[in-house]
Design a protein around this ligand. Structure first.
Ligand SMILES: Cc1cc2nc3c(=O)[nH]c(=O)nc-3n(C[C@H](O)[C@H](O)[C@H](O)COP(=O)(O)OP(=O)(O)OC[C@H]3O[C@@H](n4cnc5c(N)ncnc54)[C@H](O)[C@@H]3O)c2cc1C
Length: 386
């Protein structure tokens, strides 16, 4: 390990790996406190196919769906697409692919924990620890992609994402699959306040992500897991799954949609650490990948032209795609809806789906919406909320 780098990236999740892979200028070191998660089919996430194709990572898709179905307690909306709009991405495979890119030119250190960061004469000093060894290294720019540890936000006392919800990943093994081409999004029911996505990923297996939106700060992860296990049969899934057993594989926190401090004093924030997750679908992979490319491009420009202020391009890029929508929608308010509002939201979806398929998809995706489209959505929301 050398003592000085142009860029240090903290975190070997999809945000950190993709940022490091897209930095083409200077020398880069990526630090991951554990092992990078590369296990095949262990970390499956649904995503939108157009982005996958645009980003050239189609080989990481292990399944495609051509129908989506929304389900609230009493209503249901099926939207069919002829082209595959949704796919299941194998994050382990994507991580491996990104690691390969990085290692062509740069360094990855696993099992090294970043423990402190300080500004020192136009450079950033990063203190790292491995077993009993502590080292200090310098860098021109730092990328914090440390996810929900919010590492440098804590160190610099910056605001964290406003809203954090619990997310659980469960697998139903051996159950009967209703329709293997359909991905279902379930809105929190009035009784359980859980929402989630359900998708078949293998013969006889369903994967199910569940989110608890409302009790966010009051519920420990342990009690969340307990609640899920207890309520699994009552979540409106019985028409989709018959038999099978549930296995909870991963429970974690997901921060949603904050717009604070994407850049602070030579440090760029990417991914979960700044809540770059879409509020409706708790979808983080695509926004993480998009943000990481914007961030890497800004760092490339700053390094090439030796001009720190060019980092601002990252914030501008984000604001002109996702940011404008994330900013307009008051997220905490949106997630803290009453029971009636939850039920009304499906009706809103139905109305939207009739407006235009394109707008409906953009509503789900929160990206590249025109001001005009946002205004129409806001008007629709106001009229339905009355
Ligand atoms: C259960 C669950 C289901 C989900 N389902 C979907 C889905 O279906 N579709 C979708 O698009 N999104 C989904 N998401 C969201 C998506 O997975 C995340 O938004 C995305 O993976 C975040 O990536 P990241 O790189 O920002 O963070 P992470 O993957 O958390 O990576 C952060 C990394 O930083 C490392 N790190 C932390 N602190 C330090 C330190 N001090 N030093 C060194 N390294 C450090 C951590 O070990 C970790 O590897 C889901 C999330 C969860 C929890």
């Amino acid at each position: 390990m050398s003592e000085q780098y142009d860029v240090i990236v903290i975190g070997g999740g999809v945000a950190g790996l993709s940022t490091a892979a897209n930095i083409t200028e200077g020398n880069v070191l990526l630090l991951e406190k554990d092992r990078i998660r590369t296990e095949e089919k262990r970390y499956l996430r649904f995503t939108f196919m157009d982005s996958v194709e645009r980003l050239g990572i189609s080989e990481c898709i292990i399944r495609r769906y051509d129908t989506i179905s929304f389900q609230a307690s009493a209503n249901r909306l099926d939207v069919e697409y002829n082209d595959f709009e949704f796919g299941l991405i194998d994050l382990g495979k994507l991580h491996r692919k990104l690691m390969k890119y990085i290692l062509k030119k740069n360094e990855i250190k696993e099992k090294w924990v970043v423990v402190d960061v300080k500004n020192r004469n136009k450079m950033i000093e990063v203190k790292i620890s491995h077993d009993d060894t502590i080292e200090k290294i310098l860098t021109r720019y730092l990328v914090d992609a440390s996810g929900t540890s919010f590492l440098t936000k804590k160190i610099f006392n910056l605001p964290h994402p406003d809203f954090i919800c619990h997310c659980c990943e469960a697998t139903f093994s051996g159950g009967y699959i209703g329709d293997p081409h359909t991905i279902t999004f379930i809105e929190p029911s009035t009784r359980f306040k859980f929402g989630g996505s359900l998708y078949p990923y293998d013969k006889g297996d369903y994967s199910f992500g569940l989110t608890n939106n409302l009790d966010f700060f009051n519920l420990s992860l342990k009690s969340f897991e307990k609640k899920i296990m207890k309520e699994k049969n009552d979540l409106g899934l019985s028409d989709k799954i018959e038999g099978g057993d549930i296995c909870v594989s991963n429970i974690d926190l997901v921060p949603l949609g904050s717009q604070y401090s994407l850049i602070f004093d030579g440090v760029c924030y990417v991914g979960d650490t700044v809540g770059q997750v879409t509020p409706w679908m708790i979808e983080g992979v695509r926004p993480c990948l998009d943000a990481s490319i914007m961030c890497a491009n800004a760092i490339n420009a700053a390094l090439k032209q030796q001009e720190k202020s060019l980092l601002e391009r990252y914030k501008k890029g984000w604001d002109s795609t996702y940011g404008v929508v994330y900013n307009k929608v008051n997220l905490a308010e949106k997630w803290n809806r009453t029971n009636e509002e939850w039920n009304n939201s499906l009706k809103r979806m139905m109305k939207l789906s009739k407006m235009s398929k394109k707008l409906f998809l953009r509503y789900l995706k929160y990206d590249q919406m025109s001001e005009d489209a946002i205004e129409r959505l806001m008007e629709l929301k106001t009229s339905l909320d009355k």
